[in-house]
Design a protein around this ligand. Structure first.
Ligand code: SF4
Length: 285
């Protein structure tokens, strides 16, 4: 059995940093720490931190301790509310996400209309749109583009910023940008910020390459992880057999035995030991 494991598999710098910092803060605060939403999209990592005392809360109103803001970031309203209620925040927002918040705030102040590409219910997108002001629109799929144009035309604004969630699909970013720039006439000034994170970009490119040459592609990651879902979507375009799993327990050994060449790729929230367990299982067959 030949097994190819992506070099860009697993934890990105932002996720690594938030886990190590959350562990450090748990020690400092004797296990009394809240986290707004799950720290990362991985059940195993979250439950191991919860065993050390981390409490996952859904709203800043439920805070009983210092509150961790995870790598995805939080909305402007969350920061305002924490400030108002004197809740201490440990802000672990990835620097790349913070940069996007600053960029959209700046362009919004300079009266730009913002087209934000992203998954509408993803925490990062919810956070970012809150810094965009009213003259903005989230574009998740092609159907949203016309609504975004309607809002732009109503606003009478002639300056446009195109920006995206850090884990958005590179090919969709290019496709949507082309549609928008071709539709706007020369009276519009368009600024394009390529804000997809390098880690995401490399992982997507490598997934496409591996999926093109294997018989079975295994994508590992949380079912609610947006960046992992993208890897699955990329893989099904290139490979006939694709599995989206969370741990090695999701694998059927008899099914795996049918293949001679397997590819493995994992999302940004997948711990190295889970990838290793799956790799070891595959090469043992
Ligand atoms: S994927 Fe990129 S932007 Fe998102 S947390 Fe990781 S390093 Fe930061």
């Amino acid at each position: 059995m030949e097994v190819i494991v992506g070099k860009n598999c697993g934890f990105c710098a932002g996720v690594k940093y938030s886990i190590s910092k959350a562990e450090e803060e748990l020690q400092k605060n004797n296990g009394n720490l809240d986290c707004l939403g799950e720290l990362i999209h991985n059940k195993q990592v979250v439950s191991s931190l919860e065993n050390k005392g981390l409490r996952t809360i859904d709203s800043i109103n439920d805070a009983k301790n210092k509150v961790v803001i995870r790598a995805h970031g939080a909305s402007k309203e969350t920061y305002d509310l924490a400030n108002e209620k004197h809740i201490e925040l440990i802000d672990l927002t990835c620097p790349k996400v913070l940069k996007i918040h600053k960029t959209v705030e700046l362009f919004s102040k300079n009266n730009y209309f913002i087209f934000l590409f992203g998954i509408k219910d993803h925490p990062e997108t919810i956070g970012t749109i809150s810094f965009c002001g009213d003259n903005s629109y989230i574009i998740e799929n092609e159907n949203d583009i016309q609504n975004a144009f309607n809002k732009l035309y109503e606003s009478k604004i002639k300056k446009v910023l195109i920006i995206s969630q850090t884990t958005f699909s590179v090919s969709l970013f290019n496709e949507f940008t082309k549609i928008i720039t071709e539709a706007l006439d020369s009276s519009y000034e368009v600024h394009i910020e390529r804000s997809i994170c390098d880690a995401t970009n490399l992982r997507q490119q490598e997934t496409e390459k591996i999926a093109s040459v294997v018989e079975l592609m295994i994508i590992i990651g949380g079912k609610n992880s947006s960046n992992t879902k993208k890897l699955y979507e990329i893989s099904i375009k290139k490979c006939k057999n694709v599995l989206f799993i969370q741990t090695k327990d999701d694998l059927d050994i008899n099914y795996l035995k049918k293949f001679n060449k397997i590819g493995i790729m994992a999302g940004a929230s997948t711990p190295g030991y889970i990838i290793e367990e799956i790799y070891n299982l595959c090469i043992s067959l």
